[in-house]
Each structure stands twice: as C-alpha cells, then as structure tokens.
Design a protein around this ligand. Structure first.
Ligand SMILES: Nc1ncnc2c1ncn2[C@@H]1O[C@H](COP(=O)(O)OP(=O)(O)O)[C@@H](O)[C@H]1O
Ligand SMILES: [Mg+2]
Length: 237
C-alpha cells in the first residue's frame, strides 16, 4: 500500500462557451496523500469544482488521468463510476443537497439502503453518526426545519455513512456564517482527517488555509502546490 491516495496526471478540461474554448484545467499533475487535508484554493471560476467533479467522476476529462488507489477513475464506464462513488467517495456540497421529502434519518440511511443494507442496521449506523455530529435527537425532523449549520452536519453524516476513504467537499462553509462555518470545518476535520481519511476541500476563502496540510492554488488552468508549515487545528466555538 502506497502513501498516495489520489494520483492526477496531465489532467485537462476545456469548456466551450459560445465560440471560444476556455481551458479550465491545463495539464494538471497532483498527488494527494492518504490521510491528508488538501485545500483547493482559487477565485470563483478558477476550476475548483471542475477538479473535484473529475475526481469523483461526475464530470469527464478531455485529457490525462486520475487514479484513486488502484482505480483509474478516468477509465470507468458510467455503471462502474456510480459504484466507485458509492463505495469510495463521500461528497459534501455548499448547498447541502439534502432530499427535502426525506427525514434526516432517511437522508443518511439512503446511501446504505441503496447499497443493500437492511433498514434496521442502516438506522443504527445512521443514529451513531447523528450523535457524533451533535444531532442525535433530530432524526425524525425534515431538513427544512434545520438551520444551515445543522443541515450541513446532516450532509456530513450522509457523506461518511459508508465510511469512504476519500471525502470531497466543495465550499462546505460557503453558505454559513463565520462561526457556524468554523464549527462545521472543525467537525468535518475531526471525522475525516482525525479518522485517517483524506479530505479534499475547495474554497475561495484563504481563512481555511492555516488548517490544511497542503494547498493547491488554481490559476489560469495551472495548479501550484505548497505545504503549510505551521498548521493549526480548528476548535469548535
Ligand atoms: N458545464 C459547464 N459548461 C460550460 N462552462 C462551464 C461548465 N462548468 C464550469 N464551467 C466554466 O468553467 C470555469 C470553472 O468553473 P468551476 O470549476 O465551477 O470554478 P470554481 O468552482 O473554481 O468557481 C468557469 O468559467 C465556468 O463558467
Ligand atoms: Mg465551485
């Protein structure tokens, strides 16, 4: 088993807007280590979501390759991509993306039940996670009755319920006030990096940088990576 969880080589992606092509990722190379907290930093439109979506196989690259462990994600067909995502990747979004017609508990058990887990076992596992994110008594509530911070905690529980090695978070604090955002970051880090999982987070906010192991800055399709020497650990308010 190597130290590297994600290997990106020569990754390119161009979108065509009207007549003119726009090269969002231009021959990007990147290695992300197992257990690392890697922050993707860049202005709005710099390609952060594009890179995350290529890693999870939601979007297709024009050139280059991505491996997650032994799996070449860029070579999978749709069916295998769906299974790869379900079994190996947890995703957290800026706008939470909870299903409004399902309860909190049902939102979290859904990925388990899609994977064939029996209802009772799924609920026990979801309840344990709900308690870890501080919402043990909210399982029967519907998402629209929760605050933004609480919805994001549910979304984190949902992302982690299949125990993926890799968690991708796209501006997970972008829709929260400062203090709530800090608490969500602390929780997310505790449950991922703190548990030996790998967390890749896209953000346009430099405030997250001191907590990262390494930061990749996207600009004009190129990625520049640096290490954070004096790393801080976020604490919950
Ligand atoms: N599906 C798409 N079709 C056309 N252009 C897109 C598409 N998705 C993203 N883009 C463009 O690619 C660029 C990078 O987008 P994105 O990865 O979402 O940036 P970020 O997440 O850093 O804000 C933007 O200019 C955006 O308009
Ligand atoms: Mg984005």
């Amino acid at each position: 088993m190597t130290d590297t969880l994600i290997r990106v080589r020569g990754l390119s992606k161009t979108y065509v807007e009207g007549e003119s092509p726009r090269r969002v990722l231009d021959q990007v190379d990147l290695d992300i280590r197992r257990g690392e907290f890697f922050v993707l930093l860049g202005r709005s439109g710099s390609g952060k979501s594009t890179l995350l979506n290529l890693m999870s196989g939601v979007d297709r690259a024009d050139g280059g390759a991505i491996w997650v462990e032994e799996t070449q994600v860029t070579g999978l067909d749709e069916r295998r991509l769906t299974l790869f995502r379900r079994d190996h990747v947890g995703i957290v979004f800026q706008f939470f993306n909870l299903i409004p017609t399902l309860t909190v508990m049902e939102n979290i058990t859904l990925p388990l039940e899609l994977g064939g887990r029996a209802r009772k076992a799924a609920e026990a596992q979801a309840q344990a996670l709900l308690e870890r994110v501080g919402l043990g008594d909210r399982g029967n509530t519907f998402p629209d009755k929760l605050s933004g911070g609480e919805q994001q905690r549910v979304a984190i529980a949902r992302a982690l319920v299949r125990e993926p090695q890799l968690v991708l978070a796209d501006e997970p604090t972008g829709n929260l006030d400062e203090e709530t955002g800090r608490n969500v970051l602390a929780l997310l880090l505790e449950l991922t990096r703190g548990a030996g999982k790998t967390l890749v987070m896209a953000t346009h906010s430099a405030e997250i940088v001191p907590f990262a192991d390494r930061v990749g800055q996207l600009h004009d399709g190129k990625l520049t990576v640096r290490s954070i020497d004096e790393k801080r650990v976020p604490t919950m308010a």
